[in-house]
Design a protein around this ligand. Structure first.
Ligand SMILES: Cc1cc2nc3c(=O)[nH]c(=O)nc-3n(C[C@H](O)[C@H](O)[C@H](O)COP(=O)(O)OP(=O)(O)OC[C@H]3O[C@@H](n4cnc5c(N)ncnc54)[C@H](O)[C@@H]3O)c2cc1C
Ligand code: SF4
Length: 323
């Protein structure tokens, strides 16, 4: 492992100054970054440890919603009583992520900003459009776990389990920047390769995530999270569906967001419109899962997989609502 310097800033300004000096990265729990350093695909001269900053490790419950600090561990979110009672879909997506040990370490900010799992990107021998080179090895190579939507430039999928549910809840991402604090909705925060193939999130030089807000106005009347993965013990999803019904008590205000099939979480308003319909329309909702997909040589299976997951999610959310 290449040696690097660890910097422990005492305030946000110092953190931003330090990370902007040369070849430096932010560090949270390190479950992603340290692996990439060990695998020689990241080689920072220094890491700026966000854990030394005060105030980013708390969960605050307000009338407007729940603020979750970027340094809060995933397991602390999924076991928090108020998050569980008000935003259960968030907890459900977390308990499907990684292993209990990793969830006890990994932070919310790190989960949102982790790099994609494309095996070419995570191998030191390959250069592609996502790490500053040209072309895409997965396009004509091993692409079984890659995306089926928006995959022309880069087909690596957004790996964060939290990402789709934050988009579904229109979560607010609060960002520390040189000009002060700015906010983006989760939908604006996660970006695809046509915006910038080098980034998956809308953070500018030196910026970091401070906290995330789950708005009370998007609490769901009912919900479901369904995912499929190769290994049941622990694995990244091959495809997932997050479904929220009647958000904020507004009848018909539904969200369907697909995960692990595109570079950023994919909202499907065409499917949302069919959820309140007859059984035939629900069957149609599953049937249109693959609309707009451009599967690669090895990942066409994700279309029938999505169809199954969507049908299952609708049935599950409806029965939760009735029950
Ligand atoms: C075996 C295994 C299985 C996994 N399975 C899943 C899974 O199923 N679903 C899933 O979602 N994840 C999965 N993960 C990934 C895991 O969730 C992430 O590694 C973890 O969430 C990263 O959090 P961290 O605090 O360790 O981040 P770090 O490793 O410290 O940082 C990750 C990246 O984010 C940046 N960063 C960290 N915090 C911030 C911040 N506040 N602002 C800006 N940038 C920041 C860092 O610079 C770095 O580039 C798995 C990981 C492993 C090892
Ligand atoms: S899918 Fe993206 S990250 Fe993977 S090889 Fe292609 S361009 Fe690179």
């Amino acid at each position: 492992m290449r040696p690097f310097k660890v910097i422990r800033p005492t305030n946000e300004k110092e953190a931003m100054e330090q990370v902007s000096k040369g070849n430096a990265s932010y560090l949270a729990a390190g479950t992603d970054l340290l692996n990439r350093i060990k695998e020689h695909v990241a080689s920072p001269d220094s890491v700026v440890d966000l854990k030394s900053l005060p105030g980013m490790n708390t969960i605050e419950v307000t009338d407007q919603g729940i603020w979750i600090g970027a340094l809060v561990r995933l397991s602390a979110v999924s076991s928090h009583t108020d998050v569980l009672s008000r935003f259960p879909a968030v907890c459900e997506t977390i308990i499907h992520a990684a292993t209990p040990q990793i969830r006890n370490m990994a932070t919310v900010g790190g989960n949102l900003c982790q790099k994609p799992r494309c095996w070419y990107l995570r191998h030191e021998g390959y250069s592609c459009v996502k790490n500053g080179g040209t072309g895409c090895w997965a396009r004509d190579g091993e692409n079984e776990f890659h995306g089926i939507f928006d995959n022309q430039i880069c087909s690596a999928t957004q790996p964060s389990n939290l990402a789709p549910v934050l988009v579904a809840h229109e979560a607010v991402i609060e960002i520390a920047s040189k000009d002060g604090v700015r906010e983006l909705t989760a939908d604006q925060f996660f970006i695809g390769p046509s915006s910038d193939p080098l980034r998956e999130v809308s953070l500018e030089e030196g910026e970091f995530v401070r906290r995330v807000m789950l708005p009370e106005s998007t609490r769901a009347g009912s919900w479901a999270y369904e995912e499929a993965r190769e290994k049941q013990s622990f694995d990244w999803a091959q495809a997932s569906v997050t479904l929220l019904l009647d958000r904020g008590g507004r009848k018909g205000d539904h969200r369907v967001v697909l995960g692990a099939v595109s570079p950023a979480p994919l909202r499907r308003s065409d499917i949302e419109k069919k959820i309140d319909g007859s059984d035939d329309e629900i069957a149609e909702a599953s049937g249109i899962a693959g609309a707009g997909a451009t599967p690669l040589s090895e990942n066409g299976y994700k279309i029938p997989m999505l169809k199954g997951l969507i049908g299952k999610a609708i049935r599950s959310a409806r029965s939760r609502k009735e029950g």
